[in-house]
Design a binder for this molecule. Structure first.
Ligand code: GLU
Length: 375
């Protein structure tokens, strides 16, 4: 369990930064702050940590470049501003992170990428591949194409979904407030900052104001909703002020800055429980003795070579059951290949897959991170 005391052990960290932190009141980008953030995150990456940045600011940067004084009213105009601004944002990040020798990648997501199993698996695999190569993914919502029903709408929620998709240890939301207060600090002099929140009770939600308040995107309401997603996915979350110099480092050093939401359950336990009991099983594959032994030892992925039979009509992203030669269920996992393709490649070596299928999107049929043993 991650608490203030051991936050420095967090290895996979999602940092979310909002428009108010990234821009001046003039609407122009706060270059100094972006620079400091890039330096701080680069230094963490240099320490071997995996960093994912979720950034807002596309609409804001686009408005500024297009000379718009007010937020556009129509959706196409907002999307146009986002499309202009997203390029500007990435250009700045690429430049600043590049100064410190870091490679960044742009990833634009929509709601469907977390709720649709196929797209969820794809996004997870892509993000993992980037992290494994030491790249810092820079994520925003795909504002230019996401229309209402596809939209997440706010990046607090997006950042919690990303943290959950990639099994992050920690999510840090940088905001224009110091954290969660017992009352509104602007109107109540008695208001104090809450250091730690173990349970998101209705009283805590009350502190953030209901969804009906006029807070636009962001605000404390969406942050508490994000905290719910995070802690229920096994991710500890901290809300802290993006205006504080060196804030991410301070959080990781266990300083009492901002508000921490502790996740009591380990993310792997949650994920595995979901895989084992929560997800519907769409089919099964039978494996040979050698493969069975490798799987049971733990830490192995399921490769095509060990598969001897395929049953059911499953697709990439579905949960499948892995059974022994005598039909005993050994494990469950999320498949990278559909049933038709598995039938074609079962029993063959990984390097032969592309010859048979015309391409080899993945080495593993089920990656070990997406597999849970049941025996
Ligand atoms: N995706 C939006 C943008 O980049 C921001 C959403 C938010 O501020 O939460 O402009």
């Amino acid at each position: 369990m991650l608490t203030r005391e051991n936050l420095s052990s967090a290895n996979r960290i999602v940092v979310k930064v909002g428009t108010s932190t990234l821009t001046h009141t003039t609407g122009k980008l706060n270059l100094l702050r972006i620079e400091r953030l890039a330096r701080e995150l680069s230094d963490l990456a240099n320490q071997g940590k995996q960093i994912i940045l979720v950034t807002s600011g596309a609409v804001g940067a686009g408005m500024d470049r297009l000379g718009l004084k007010e937020k556009p009213k129509t959706i196409p105009e907002k999307q146009a501003a986002a499309a202009v601004g997203q390029g500007i944002l990435l250009h700045i990040y690429e430049k600043m992170f590049g100064e410190y020798g870091q490679i960044v990648a742009q990833v634009l997501l929509t709601r469907a990428d977390s709720v649709n199993r196929k797209r969820y698996t794809n996004s997870r695999n892509t993000l993992m591949a980037l992290l494994n190569q030491g790249v810092i993914p820079i994520i925003n919502e795909n504002d230019a194409v996401a229309i209402d029903e596809l939209k997440i709408g706010d990046n607090d929620t997006l950042s919690a979904m990303v943290a959950s998709i990639i099994d992050a240890d920690l999510l840090i939301i940088l905001s224009d407030v110091e954290g969660v207060y017992t009352a509104n600090p602007q109107t109540d002099p008695q208001a104090t900052l809450l250091d730690e929140i173990m349970d998101i009770t209705p009283a805590i939600e009350e502190l953030a104001g209901g969804p009906g308040t006029l807070r636009g995107t962001g605000g404390m309401y969406t942050k508490i909703q994000a905290a719910k997603i995070a802690v229920n996915s096994g991710v500890t979350m901290v809300i802290a002020s993006g205006g504080r110099d060196g804030v991410v480092r301070e959080v990781l050093q266990g300083h009492r800055v901002g508000t921490i939401f502790i996740s009591k359950e380990n993310r792997l336990q949650i994920r595995k429980r979901w895989l084992a009991f929560g997800a519907g099983v769409s089919g099964k594959v039978k494996v040979d003795k050698g493969c069975e032994q490798a799987l049971l030892k733990g830490g192995s992925s399921l490769l095509a070579a060990g598969i001897t039979a395929v049953d059911g009509d499953f697709e990439l992203g579905n949960t499948i059951s892995i059974v022994s030669d005598c039909g005993r269920e050994l494990a469950r996992g999320i498949t990278n290949y559909g049933a038709d393709d598995v039938k074609k490649v079962m029993g063959v070596h990984t390097h032969e897959i592309s010859q048979i299928l015309g391409s080899k999107p993945y080495d593993e049929i089920v990656h070990r991170d997406n597999l849970v043993l049941l025996v």
